[in-house]
Design a protein around this ligand. Structure first.
Ligand SMILES: NC(=O)C1=CN([C@@H]2O[C@H](COP(=O)(O)OP(=O)(O)OC[C@H]3O[C@@H](n4cnc5c(N)ncnc54)[C@H](OP(=O)(O)O)[C@@H]3O)[C@@H](O)[C@H]2O)C=CC1
Ligand SMILES: O=C([O-])CC(=O)C(=O)O
Length: 276
């Protein structure tokens, strides 16, 4: 290296925990090459199926159990069912490594993870995911935000099976008109819709918290896209934004979600970072 050569850093070793709609797309992108990163392992429930897919990669990596990920990676990206968040994040946070997570809703019931990050010096990074506008919400939160309200509309297949519907005896399978199925706080939504409303929790954590962030959820038989509209009233600005997400092969998950994770990783490693 001569005096003008840039310092060359070793790529960060990444483990992808979960190999579904988000994890498989992310792992494939890392395998194709994402500057600053090296995929070293993935995890899935069905290890054989994931193994067959990983075998087609340029650099096939092992499919490991969740507890085997930490020793082989500097960073883990959680892309698994929400209940697995502590099992995935804790081993990394305990040794001051970083965790990128998409099951943001699970953070509310596992807030010890944030304390663990603070205690050991690691970081938890929540990408914007399937949402829009967290940059503006974060900026507004540096001033005073009076209110944040989100209205989510989803096709029926993006909502069926949610615990809230079962607990309240709400049947949406045969609806012919849009039906409002929930009106409450982001904290309540995280409990009632753990696989559907991570975005509401991410929004609340960027802004005024899960007890003041208000949310309506509509089941709409006429729409194809998972649609989120945010309305923010602050002393710095008033803004409203809508995103209409194309569902991925998992109808509950927008196709933009893995792309948001990839953009987050790219930004973390970039010499130039755009946006808040
Ligand atoms: N923040 C955001 O904007 C968004 C967040 N999400 C959230 O992201 C998470 C992942 O979503 P998505 O990719 O669509 O989900 P999928 O159901 O498509 O994938 C989940 C993956 O987790 C794997 N898995 C399940 N159990 C285990 C286990 N014990 N060990 C290892 N892997 C396991 C599954 O394995 P197998 O393939 O073998 O079944 C599967 O590969 C969910 O919590 C979802 O709610 C989703 C959309 C937006
Ligand atoms: O927030 C989620 O978990 C998923 C979601 O609404 C979307 O993909 O639009």
């Amino acid at each position: 290296m001569n005096a003008m050569s840039p310092p060359r850093r070793r790529p960060l070793r990444v483990a992808v925990a979960g190999f579904g709609a988000i994890g498989a797309k992310l792992a494939a992108t890392l395998d194709e090459g994402l500057s600053g990163y090296e995929l070293t392992a993935v995890s899935a429930r069905d290890k054989q199926r994931a193994g067959r897919q990983v075998a087609t990669f340029r650099n096939p990596v092992p499919v490991l159990d969740l507890h085997e990920l930490e020793p082989v990676a500097d960073l883990v990206v959680e892309c698994a069912p929400a209940a697995l968040l502590p099992a995935i994040a804790e081993p990394f946070l305990k040794v001051a490594k970083n965790v990128v997570l998409v099951s943001a809703g699970a953070l509310l019931s596992h807030d010890h993870l944030v304390r663990l990050a603070a205690q050991h010096g690691g970081q938890i990074i929540v990408p914007t995911g399937a949402l829009i506008g967290l940059d503006a919400v974060l900026a507004a939160a540096e001033g005073e935000i009076a209110s944040i309200r989100m209205v989510t509309r989803k096709p029926v297949r993006g909502l069926v099976g949610a615990p809230y519907l079962q607990e309240h005896g709400i049947c949406i399978e045969n609806i012919k008109e849009p039906v409002r199925i929930f009106n409450g706080t982001a904290r309540e939504a995280a409990v009632g819709f753990p696989a559907n409303l991570n975005v509401a929790v991410a929004l609340s954590l960027a802004g005024i918290g899960p007890d003041r962030t208000m949310l309506e959820i509509w089941a709409d038989p006429a729409i194809e896209r998972n649609t989120h509209r945010i309305e923010v009233e602050a002393d710095s600005a008033r803004f409203s934004m809508t995103i209409e997400n194309v569902p991925s092969e998992n109808p509950k998950t927008g196709r933009i979600t893995p792309l948001s994770v990839i953009a987050t990783l790219r930004k973390l490693a970039a010499p130039l970072r755009i946006g808040t």
